[in-house]
Ligand binder design. Sequence first.
Ligand SMILES: [Zn+2]
Length: 169
Amino acid sequence: MLYVDLLVDYGQDVLDRGMPSSRLANLTADTESELHEAARNLDIPLDRFQSQGDGDHRWRYAVTPTERDQAIWVLGAKEVDRDGMMKLIAARRRTPSRAAAPRPAAQAAIALDWGDRSHFDHSGDKPCVLCPKLTPLRSHRGEAVHKTCAETWLSQHPGDTRFVSDGTA
Ligand SMILES: [Zn+2]
């Protein structure tokens, strides 16, 4: 079973972080493999998958209003409110699956959680240290870098901590 919660408007900051809509909901499922399958069916890119990695029970995709509708009408996702979503996710912590769900190949890539405002530099764009384009984003160390560039770099440098998710610095 798939589940979606209600849309919340997160404003300009999430647009600045590369989200396609400021209004987002959470899409999740009973199992992680079911969720990835649904995301593939709806063409939701893997970079919208939110998880701190193995052992994190909060895994979910951020979905736009259109994707949320499609999840409901095309894939039969059940609508829950924020409270219902929190309960679903909390229940996973109590009953951890014995084996990690098989992940799609690309899921080996690292997903940084840079939800904190400190990653956004309002003083303006600077050249990314890893690609030629400009970015308003900053790493914990203050390097100007796109989140996707940092994730790619990390996947190419296993074990390195040049870039880290919020709360793990
Ligand atoms: Zn870049």
